[in-house]
Design a protein around this ligand. Structure first.
Ligand code: HEM
Length: 448
């Protein structure tokens, strides 16, 4: 039996119907042929967009010529009140400078130093779990938020400021789903923007809270009492080219995106991974057996979790937390036999690429062993982009692979998970790929 996949829409629907479907869920708004197509074009009165589903086209856009395919200004519109000039939204020289300052904090060596904070968050997450039926996304969301605060600011989620930021983000997401229609469909400039008053107010409150954390930290750095965590590293790194460090406001922008990009995504992946473990108990047993190695907090333990890693990687294939990404053509481009005019929206869909029927063997099956087959290896190289690829690859990719694998193993060390009858999750894409009515699991303490 294959794990849940959303239904596709009929091949031809009216624009109006497409918009309706799109608003409900981007995944089921697409036709099934996208799982076989190399490229597809959507023409509407307002915009033309092209879905690129062929590995070498994806490579051209993300890896070979990223400067020619920036993020569209309009994609950031819904996010700007919250994220300001954060690295997720900027382009060109500003973006390059920001990455030069941020990237060193996430390098391999640093990851080792960050590990104890991630470990402590995994212990805390296991401690919060209880036996019985519960909605697991709420738990993984809590755990992922805890990881961000511990690694960035050396504070747990119980800290007053951290808890307030977490709570405000939830309010924000309820009022403004971030990967919403406006983010994908660049509306004409004359159309009124529907920022709700409460969205702006909520964004302002989040930024005020984060500003307190940043100002506090700047003082500690000045006094020489700052802990050596990601915030200190980023705030004390000077751009090697210009010699500048981030201004406090720019740091607030970056913290907001770390929280957003690093928390929803990891929470979604972990929740799906746990669900898949409930669906495939053989794999769950293997992960639980590996997890016995989690005794002392030492980075080397990561090398003892190869099966958990394969499981997490397979989860990211089937349920990529960021299902689609959009870029803009800055000049007319020729892709296959189509000409994409300047300004076209280019959609890259990890969701479709990861389940492409002409690339993957048994694309809809859950099979963590595939990564050791020829097909799995070549697809991992060419058709697997849960963290995007090229210059704009996710800054937190290495971090997320440690966090996800460790927490998955840690939770399964203590608990057995089972599916709940009549509660099969239905994947839908809003900000990230989530389950329409949550992911419900029955938890039982594992006998060791
Ligand atoms: C399973 C977890 C994660 C997944 C699947 C994921 C996926 C992605 C993807 C696909 C992008 C590219 C988006 C685009 O180009 O439109 C991205 C960008 C980004 N991610 Fe992640 N991410 C994860 C975790 C994290 C974590 C833990 C952090 C930080 C602590 C993080 C920070 C960022 C940042 C700052 C960017 C913007 C990079 C840029 O545009 O230069 N992510 N992520």
């Amino acid at each position: 039996m294959s794990p849940p996949k959303p239904p596709s829409r009929p091949d031809r629907v009216s624009l109006w119907r497409y918009m309706q479907l799109f608003r409900a869920d981007i995944l089921s708004a697409q036709p099934a042929r996208l799982y076989r197509a190399w490229m597809a074009e959507f023409r509407t009165p307002f915009f033309r967009s092209f879905l690129m589903n062929q590995p070498d086209l994806v490579k051209t856009v993300l890896k070979d010529r990223p400067d020619d395919f920036p993020k569209s200004d309009r994609i950031g519109e819904g996010l700007r009140p919250l994220l300001g000039n954060s690295v997720f939204l900027t382009n060109g020289d500003v973006w390059k400078r920001q990455r030069r300052i941020i990237d060193p904090a996430f390098e391999g060596g640093r990851l080792r130093e960050t590990f104890p904070a991630i470990w402590n968050a995994s212990e805390a997450a296991a401690g919060r779990l209880q036996e019985g039926v519960s909605e697991i996304e709420a738990q993984t969301s809590h755990a992922a938020a805890d990881v961000i605060f511990r690694t960035l600011f050396s504070i747990p989620i119980e800290n007053e400021l951290a808890a307030a930021v977490f709570e405000e983000f939830r309010t924000y997401q309820r009022s403004q789903p971030i990967l919403n229609l406006a983010a994908f469909v660049p509306l004409p400039r004359w159309m009124p923007r529907l920022f709700r008053g409460d969205t702006r107010a909520s964004a302002a409150r989040i930024r005020a809270l984060i500003t307190q954390l940043v100002v506090q930290r700047a003082d500690e750095i000045a006094l020489g009492t700052a802990p050596q965590d990601l915030a200190t590293k980023i705030m004390t790194t000077a751009d090697p080219v210009t010699g500048e460090t981030f201004s406090p406001e720019e740091m607030v922008d970056q913290v907001a995106i770390f929280f957003l990009a690093g928390h929803e995504t990891s929470a979604s992946a972990l929740a799906w991974a746990l669900y898949l473990m409930a669906l495939y108990p053989d794999w769950q047993d293997k992960v639980a057996a590996e997890a016995q190695a989690l005794e002392i907090c030492d980075f080397s333990v990561m090398s003892k979790l190869p099966i958990t890693r394969d499981v997490f990687r397979e989860t990211l294939r089937l349920y990529p937390p960021v299902p689609m990404m959009v870029r803009q053509a800055t000049q007319t481009e020729q892709f296959r036999d189509r000409s994409a005019p300047r300004g076209s929206q280019l959609v890259i869909s990890p969701w479709h690429l990861h389940r492409h029927e002409r690339l993957w063997e048994r694309p809809d099956d859950f099979d963590p062993a595939r990564w050791h087959t020829e097909n799995g290896k070549s697809c991992q190289r060419d058709a697997y982009i849960p963290f995007s690829a090229g210059a704009r690859v996710c800054t937190g990719a290495g971090f997320a692979m440690v966090e996800g694998v460790l927490i998955l193993a840690r939770l399964l060390r203590d608990f057995e998970v089972e599916t709940v009858p009549n509660r099969d999750p239905v994947p839908v894409a809003h900000l990230t790929v989530r389950a329409r009515d949550g992911i419900w699991l029955n938890l039982r303490k594992r006998q060791r």
